[in-house]
Design a protein around this ligand. Structure first.
Ligand SMILES: Cc1ncc(COP(=O)(O)O)c(C=O)c1O
Length: 309
């Protein structure tokens, strides 16, 4: 797990640049932590500020490089912009247009590769032959420590917290939050959530080694490959796993928008969707991790909802 002192220091570094996101009560025992309201629309700015603010002057001068389904790319672009650094990002050419725009808006240069080529680039450590300073989006322990800041906030915002529900892709978010909670309040149960359209971590845990799966999910933010170190970390840090049937995700986007006035993307809505599969009662925080979804998907989901009523 990530040592609590590192999480506290990382959160402190990032704090002036990120939001202390609000908790929205959904019912008397369930609260949503709105990471979708962070600059660039996801929790990723926490980790990227924490990491970038720790770089040496020489590392900064080389500019930043990351690889991402879209939200880490936007966060890296934003952080570089705020710190006056150059930035390039490797991303899926299949990424939603909105995610590509979010990267360009803050001045980074995107490099588009197919889904498989991105995974190969990661596996082959493609960044080693690039000039910039590489920030790994989910396996960098300092990035994870920064994400852990959301866990520290939760303990202050909900002193009686008993359970936290977290979407999982590469595992950086869950690894950071779980490390913070297990250090300060080990009784809090950490629930990891994935879609049945890409249950990479749950299947890898069952197999005892990282598996490569094909992604068939609108939770595109969670379609990272599995990293062996994170697999070990999550095995220790996550208490329970929920796999949400893929077909339930799209309707949940519209439902959350109508019920909570919250716009979450596919990955961002995973925790909310998982509530139907969890026992009600423990004081629960659900991480709504991101809100960058294609407007057409939001519209379809809302139309589906009105047809049901
Ligand atoms: C919105 C959203 N939720 C969840 C995740 C999963 O985070 P991690 O890869 O750290 O598990 C991501 C990752 O990009 C994301 O963009």
């Amino acid at each position: 797990m990530i040592p609590i002192e590192r999480i506290q220091a990382a959160a402190e570094r990032a704090a002036p640049n990120v939001l202390r996101t609000p908790l929205l009560p959904l019912d008397e025992r369930t609260h949503l932590k709105l990471e979708c309201l962070q600059p660039t629309g996801s929790f990723k700015v926490r980790g990227f500020f924490a990491r970038a603010l720790q770089l040496t002057a020489e590392e900064r001068a080389r500019g930043l490089l990351t690889v991402s389904a879209g939200n880490a790319a936007a966060a890296c672009s934003y952080v570089a912009n705020r710190l006056g650094l150059r930035c390039r990002v490797v991303m899926y050419e299949e990424a939603p247009e909105l995610k590509k725009d979010n990267v360009r808006r803050w001045g980074a240069v995107p490099i588009f590769l197919t889904h498989d080529a991105v995974h190969r680039w990661l596996q082959d450590r493609g960044w080693e032959s690039e000039p910039e300073t590489f920030i790994h989006p989910f396996a960098d322990s300092e990035v994870m420590a920064g994400h852990g800041g959301a866990g520290l906030e939760l303990l202050e915002q909900l002193p009686g917290l008993e359970r936290v529900v977290v979407p999982v892709g590469g595992g950086g978010l869950a690894g950071g939050i779980a490390s913070a909670l297990k250090a300060l309040r080990p009784s809090v149960r950490v629930v990891g959530v994935q879609s049945s359209g890409y249950p990479s971590m749950t299947e890898s845990l069952a197999a005892g080694r990282p598996l490569e799966l094909e992604a068939h999910t609108i939770a595109d933010g969670t379609t990272a490959p599995v990293d062996a170190t994170n697999l070990d970390l999550l095995q220790e840090a996550v208490d329970d796993w929920v796999t949400v049937p893929e077909e339930r995700l799209k309707p949940k986007i519209g439902e959350l928008a109508a019920r909570g006035k919250v716009v979450a993307e596919g990955a961002g809505v995973l925790g909310y969707a998982a509530l139907d599969q969890l026992e009600w009662g423990p004081l629960t925080a659900v991480i709504i991790s991101g809100g960058n979804l294609a407007p057409a998907l939001l519209a379809e989901s809302l139309v589906q909802l009105t047809r049901q009523r």
